[in-house]
Structure formats: C-alpha cells, structure tokens
Ligand binder design. Structure first.
Ligand code: SF4
Length: 364
C-alpha cells in the first residue's frame, strides 16, 4: 500500500533535477534530516516542490490551553501563497530552513493517505481534526501532488469524525463531490479565509493566493453544493483592516455568498513571521511601522483591550447580517436545549490567531 501511494505521488509530480541549499545531512536529525534527504519533485516560479518522507501525518495538539481541535493534518510543509503575516513559517525552522523558504520550498508528504489510514485509530469519539493549520491544503502544488485529495479519500471511508478544513484556494471546488462524500458520514466544516475584499491589498498581503472575489464565489459554490462553509476574515490587521466599516463590508459579502458563518481574529505575530511582516509594513504602510513595533514589541498577541474591540465589532456585524458567529475557542459541539450536543463549526485558521504554537504541536 505504501509503495502504491508513493508511486501515485511520483506519477503526479514532474521530476526536476534541482540543486538545493540544504544543510549537510550528517549533522541533522529528525525532520531536518528527512527534509535534506527529500527528492526534488517539481519547480515553479522560484518554487521547488519536494517529496518528503514522514513518519506520521496525524499530529496531536499538546497545548495546555483549551483547544478547538485535538488533531491536525497538514498535507504539505510550506505554502506557496506566501502571505506576509503567515505564522506557519516556524514549521520550516524545524527543518533548519529559513522562514523565507517557507513559500519557495514546498514539501509534499509521501505516503500521507496510507499513514492516515493507520493513525486514525488513535482518534477518540468527539475529538476534532483540523486539516490545514500550518499550510494551505489546496495550494498550487495540490494540482499535481494531490495529497489532500488522497487524505479526503481516506476520510470519506470513515464515519463519525469531526473535521474542519481551512483554505484560501478556489481549488477546493475540484473536490466538491469528494467533500460531499466525507460530509455524508462525518461532521465537516469548511473555512475560506478572506482577509479583505480589496484585490490590490490582497495581492500585496497574499501574493499568490486567489483573488478575494474568486474565494467568495467558491464559498457560494460550496454552499450551493450543500456543504457547510463559512468565512474566516483572519487575521484582522491593525490600522489596515480593523475598522468597523471594513468588517461590515466583509460580513455583508459573507451574507451575500450564503456563508454558514463569519468570524475574525486579530493578527498574531510569531518571531518567525514578525520580520517578514514588519518589512512588508515598512514598504507599503510606513506610517504604521511605529505602531506595530510598539504593539508587538514584547508579545506575539494583541492586547486584551484590542481583542475585545474586534470581538465586539464582529459580534455587531454578525447580528446585523444574521450570520452565525464563531468564537476563537468555540468547540465543534454545543449544548442544545435538552442537554444533547449538536455540531458546531471548527473555528481554526491557518492565518488568524493561532490557537497553538509550534512548540505545542507534534509535527512529523
Ligand atoms: S497563511 Fe495560510 S495560505 Fe497564507 S502562506 Fe500561510 S499557510 Fe499559506
């Protein structure tokens, strides 16, 4: 089975002889050694796709904080969308690669479907699985590598799982019928991240992600297909997208697209993403640089007061447009009148406030 999956992956990837700048293998251990030993699997605009042998694909969330999900699955390491605020760059540091290489060296996980099939036995009833917490499962590499599709095929054969998927990509439409099969026997919640409806701003912030209007159209199509799909307006960027007017505009578009829910969380700046984001601010919003330096001088998170202000704004726009609201720590289940639990949405985001940090997850 493992060999079959690998053959399929290799078949889907065009092999290129690429010279790479990895550290010397001899001194590396763990995932850094596996990354250095990975085989070239494709190349795009300054992007290198590699095939990575991993030992596990279902990662346990081990945060001491209350999390919205117990498990995460990331079909890739790295993400070509290259969002300037992306916190997931820390996953490349585990491989002794630079944060900037996160968007240029993409690793497709070998044997992911086979591994998932084995590892799902660990998931207990009621535990939630988040797909796409540190990469975009529908980034361009997925067109050829099809790792996400292979994972969904495994999930479609399960029953009673609780799955959340987050993406910025219109490519998710390719898998609508597969997603419908997953949703027939499991709880499935789809999250499309849209930070701004402004195409120019989105191009600066998320250089290689699909246009916001196309993502909104994707939400509408997922809803028309009977899938539960909503909008994550995350991260909310101080001084750029954090006004009541901006959130109102996004909520209105969510309503027009028929979104199942709407949520937004403030920017979270990990050390690995801080430098890249602040360089972006200096280049495009120089007047805001002092505010950012002060706000994130000691903390990766915004202040409690700022968070409360954003929560109040989101609450107001959800009420105005009759949109279901998702809290940052909401669970997939909620109590209903007679004491039973019923499904809720998974609120995670690959681009909003991270409900866990790199040190709190186990990545294979
Ligand atoms: S925020 Fe998400 S979509 Fe953007 S680069 Fe990071 S993983 Fe990819």
């Amino acid at each position: 089975m493992a060999n079959t999956t690998q053959t399929t992956l290799d078949h889907n990837l065009e092999l290129f002889p690429i010279l790479s700048s990895f550290p010397a293998q001899e001194r590396l251990t763990g995932i850094a050694r596996l990354a250095a030993a990975s085989s070239p699997a494709g190349e795009g605009h300054r992007m290198e796709l590699r095939s990575l042998q991993v030992r596990s694909v279902l990662n346990r969330s081990v945060s001491r904080r209350r999390l919205s999900f117990a498990w995460s699955i990331n079909p890739y390491r790295g993400c070509e969308f290259a969002c300037r605020y992306c916190y997931a760059r820390y996953t490349h540091e585990f491989m002794e690669l630079q944060p900037e290489e996160f968007e240029r060296k993409i690793f497709a996980k070998q044997n992911a479907a086979w591994l998932l099939e084995q590892e799902l036995k660990q998931v207990r009833a009621g535990e939630e699985i988040a797909l796409g917490t540190a990469t975009d499962p529908y980034q361009p590499a997925e067109r050829r590598a099809r790792v996400t599709e292979s994972l969904l095929e495994v999930l479609a054969r399960q029953r009673g799982l609780r799955i959340g998927l987050v993406t910025k990509s219109t490519l998710i439409e390719r898998d609508i019928s597969l997603l419908q099969r997953v949703a027939e026997r499991n709880t499935l919640v789809l999250h499309l991240t849209i930070t701004t409806p402004n195409t120019q701003l989105a191009r600066l912030l998320e250089p290689r992600a699909p246009r916001p209007d196309l993502r909104l159209r994707t939400v509408a199509r997922l809803r028309q297909a009977g899938l539960r799909a909503g909008i994550l307006c995350s991260p909310v960027l101080p001084g750029i997208t954090d006004t009541g007017k901006a959130l109102d505009g996004m909520a209105k578009r969510a309503k027009d697209a028929g979104a199942s829910f709407f949520c937004a969380q403030p920017l979270f700046l990990q050390p690995c993403s801080k430098q890249i984001y602040l360089t972006f601010i200096r280049e495009h919003f120089p007047a805001l640089e002092p505010m950012y330096r002060q706000r994130f001088a000691a903390e990766a998170f915004v202040s409690k007061a700022y968070r409360s202000r954003i929560e109040a704004l989101v609450k107001a726009v959800c009420a105005k447009y009759s949109l279901e609201r998702r809290d940052g720590d909401a669970l997939l289940t909620r109590q209903v009148g007679d004491g039973r639990q019923e499904p809720r949405d998974w609120p995670g985001s690959c681009s909003g406030r991270l409900p866990f940090s790199g040190s709190e997850t186990v990545e294979a």
